[in-house]
Design a protein around this ligand. Structure first.
Ligand code: ASP
Length: 313
């Protein structure tokens, strides 16, 4: 039995301590811990990494504090369009959905795509039809509404800015952050898996698809190397082929997980204004949670009793 580990993130960005209250800080930490507990108990009961990342991601999707599932951000037209993906490092099986609306748990749908369809990535209406055929739960628009994100959208909806330019947002909204959620795990057998889910970016063009549902970019898992889930400004992450690059650096250059993530996040992404970060695990159960933004909601827990939950640098 090898060391097992779960790690999660709840988004990255300019997360400033002075913009948080002790109550909001505690609520975020609790949300992260609940997600870690959900994944950890799967692993502790001998469950597979793929089941653990799904459980953690669903926990985060159901928490309105995080921009995924319930509480997703608003598009330019005031709708919610969500992206999600999941990958199993044992066999490179993967499933993903993009631009789906009213699906309660997009990561569950991504998992179903992986299990039940011949495809890897379904989008929009086709993905929703597949969801209905497969008994996936839907929710009305109100379920996804959050006042905070509505105000965020109102502040920039008449501009061509996306939530990236949060410095144009009024004082009360100056917490600039990306909100994607994600989980990576290494189970008792040393199998790896990763999952990522997001509402994307506030005021995004409808139909815009970010890095999160793209296998090899927002999410990647391969038992030969690592499992990765990203958060940040999706476009640079796509250009950098971020998650797979970490795996390549490990496979072809012999870098450790931490070294490889450092190269991608602190050097390659930083050079192209790719603000954000990623979490990863390797087959020994080592975890790395690295970001080039001011903060990243994050945490990990392993079977050696080690763990941490944190927000700021
Ligand atoms: N990466 C996501 C996107 O660009 C945003 C995020 O991480 O919050 O859609």
């Amino acid at each position: 039995m090898s060391k097992f580990t779960i790690a999660v993130h709840g988004g990255s960005g300019t997360i400033l301590q002075e913009c948080m209250t002790p109550e909001s800080e505690a609520a975020y930490i609790k949300g992260l811990n609940d997600a870690l507990n959900a994944g950890y108990s799967v692993l502790n009961n001998g469950g597979k990494a793929i089941e653990a990342v799904k459980a953690s991601a669903i926990e985060l999707e159901n928490n309105i504090l995080f921009n995924a599932g319930k509480g997703s951000v608003f598009t330019k037209t005031g709708t919610h369009e969500m992206d999600a993906s999941i990958m199993d490092g044992r066999n490179l099986q993967a499933g993903a959905v993009a631009s789906v609306s009213n699906v309660r748990n997009p990561v569950e749908l991504a998992w179903r795509v992986m299990q039940k369809s011949e495809h890897v990535l379904l989008c929009g209406k086709g993905a929703e039809e597949f969801a209905k055929q497969n008994g996936i739960e839907f929710e009305p628009d109100e379920y996804f509404f959050s006042k905070f994100r509505y105000d965020q959208w109102q502040a920039i909806k008449d501009s061509d800015d996306t939530a990236l330019d949060h410095n144009i947002i009024p004082e009360v909204l100056k917490v600039k952050k990306f909100g994607t959620v994600g989980a990576v795990a290494c189970d008792m057998q040393g199998n790896l898996a990763a999952a990522t889910s997001t509402g994307g970016m506030t005021n995004k063009q409808y139909g815009r698809i970010g890095d999160s549902p793209i296998i090899g970019i927002g999410t990647y898992a391969n038992n030969n190397t690592c499992a990765i889930s990203c958060t940040g400004h999706g476009e640079p992450f796509i250009k950098a082929v971020a998650a797979y690059d970490v795996s390549c650096l490990m496979e072809y250059k012999g870098l450790s997980l931490e070294e490889a993530i450092n190269v991608v996040v602190m050097d390659k992404l930083a050079k192209i204004d790719g603000e954000g970060g990623m979490i990863g695990v390797d087959t020994k159960g080592n975890a790395a949670l690295i970001f080039n933004s001011t903060g990243m909601y994050r945490g990990f827990r392993n079977s050696d009793g080690e763990g941490v939950t944190a927000i700021y640098k």
